[in-house]
Ligand binder design. Structure first.
Ligand SMILES: Cc1cc2nc3c(=O)[nH]c(=O)nc-3n(C[C@H](O)[C@H](O)[C@H](O)COP(=O)(O)OP(=O)(O)OC[C@H]3O[C@@H](n4cnc5c(N)ncnc54)[C@H](O)[C@@H]3O)c2cc1C
Length: 432
């Protein structure tokens, strides 16, 4: 049967934004047979400013979606190297039954196209060059029953008339600024953690380092003889001749948004060994910056019948700035909920089932993100951080515990003592 243009703009579910959140939501829905429209304003391949780091938590999601990380293009890694207070500590990813023992790095230019095409192959209808302009509300119920959108070219310029897409369920996966959520009056919560980070790619002999590297202190010269710069740095080997190098500053820091981030990156990197190559002449592309919305900094996660997934719902882990995994996981949860809701007739019972998505998110991350908020507040204080780095780093047992805590890597059952402590703390902490 051929579809008319009007049919083509109807679906069971509309997913707005084809980043990790949207691709995951659309993939899981389409796998189960739902008719999904995945609307994306850009054209793939497209870049997204990111550190490109995937912890074992993210790897687990990717494997569950059918990706084989032994194929070329995935730079697998063994754990985290932490640099600070004169120490370089290598901590292997924890040995768990729930998560694989390795992480990975893949540029977002590649990763996001892979994910979006994967959703497309499973049956989702991906429409690129379609910039969603706002929600369409049902006059009687106030529910979101569609979106308006304009066709755009690869520079975001409008190239045609606005059109309307319709579906009984709409999912906002439109990133940190979430036009859809803000159109419904949901701005970000100012009392939740937020970070701004910058990153650049450099050609470097360190491009195949088997460790993801994290710097707890950044100096503008020789450590201790110079000044401490604000923020935390990373060096993530991409495996293609380059590394993704960047730094982030939390809003709990006095320097947040009051400093020239790009200059701080250059100043820090000038102190790294020349042979690593982190100098302007080896930079590939430009330094880019973007925000990380953390600890559920936008709620509610279900509003007017619309679900928020990933950065639109502020789902970056405040402990470590990881957002890809949470976008993938929440996408899966949203898809499961929507499938159950669509199996019911339109009405109150269906709405109640959709609300279950918000409850599932709170149950999975609410307490843990609250702990993360406290942590983010503490590490924004340079005096605390200085003492913590000095006394914490030499203690390997403590650092192994912290790695599990910060990367949210524990076994839910039959884990060791640290798993039980982290799980218990996350359980008793109030929802974020
Ligand atoms: C500098 C930096 C470093 C980071 N490092 C890491 C890291 O190493 N590891 C990690 O896990 N996380 C990292 N993060 C966080 C991570 O990038 C995000 O959490 C993740 O991208 C969230 O995925 P998402 O799908 O929710 O949003 P996005 O990836 O932002 O995707 C949103 C999509 O929606 C599309 N869109 C937006 N508006 C519209 C519209 N109106 N109409 C149609 N389409 C639209 C966009 O084009 C985009 O494709 C980092 C973030 C920053 C800023």
């Amino acid at each position: 049967m051929t579809r008319t243009p009007a049919d083509e703009r109807q679906a069971d579910v509309i997913v707005v934004g084809a980043g990790p959140a949207g691709a995951s939501t659309a993939y899981h829905l389409a796998q189960a047979g739902a008719d999904v429209l995945l609307l994306e304003k850009a054209f793939f391949p497209r870049d997204k400013i990111c550190g490109d780091g995937l912890t074992p938590r993210a790897v687990r999601q990717l494997v569950a979606m059918g990706f084989d990380l032994d194929e070329p293009g995935w730079q697998k890694n063994a754990g985290l190297r932490i640099v600070g207070a004169g120490h370089r500590l290598e901590l292997p990813w924890p040995d768990l039954t729930t998560f694989p023992p390795y992480g990975a790095v893949r540029t977002r230019m590649d990763l996001d196209e892979l994910l979006a095409r994967h959703a497309q192959k499973s049956g989702a209808r991906l429409v690129e060059g379609t910039s969603v302009t706002g929600p369409v509300l049902d006059e009687r119920t106030g529910r979101v029953v569609g979106v308006t959108a304009k066709p755009v070219d690869d520079r975001g310029r409008r190239i045609g008339d606005e059109v309307t897409y319709r579906a009984p369920v709409v999912v906002a996966c439109d990133g940190v600024s979430s036009r859809l959520a803000t159109a419904l009056g949901h701005e970000r919560r100012e009392n939740r953690p937020m970070a701004v980070a910058v990153r650049a790619y450099y050609t470097t002999p360190r491009h195949d380092d088997p460790w993801m590297e994290s710097w707890l202190e950044l100096w503008d010269g020789k450590p201790k003889e110079s000044n401490l710069l604000p923020g935390y740095g990373w060096i993530f080997a991409v495996g293609d001749g380059t590394a993704n190098v960047g730094l982030g500053i939390l809003n709990s820091s006095a320097a947040f948004q009051h400093v020239d981030y790009k200059q701080i990156l250059r100043t820090w990197l000038a102190t790294t060994p020349e042979e690593w190559g982190f100098r302007d002449e080896n930079m590939v592309g430009r330094i880019g910056s973007a925000a990380l919305p953390m600890g559920f900094n936008r709620k509610p996660h279900v509003t007017h019948g619309m679900l928020l997934v990933g950065d639109s719902g502020g789902m970056v882990n405040p402990f470590n700035g990881e957002g890809i995994d949470y976008a993938l996981e929440a996408g899966h949860m949203a898809a499961d909920t929507i499938l159950q809701a669509l199996a019911l007739p339109d009405g109150e019972a269906r709405e109640r089932v959709l609300q279950g998505y918000a409850a599932a998110l709170d149950a999975a991350y609410g307490g843990y993100f609250t702990l993360g908020r406290v942590f983010a507040k503490m590490i924004g204080n340079p005096t605390f951080m200085k003492q913590a780095t000095k006394y914490g780093l030499p203690r390997h047992g403590l650092m192994r515990f912290l790695l599990k805590l910060m990367a949210n890597l524990t076994d839910p059952r039959d884990g060791d003592a640290s798993d039980r402590i982290i799980n218990a703390l996350s359980k008793v902490a109030p929802d974020a």
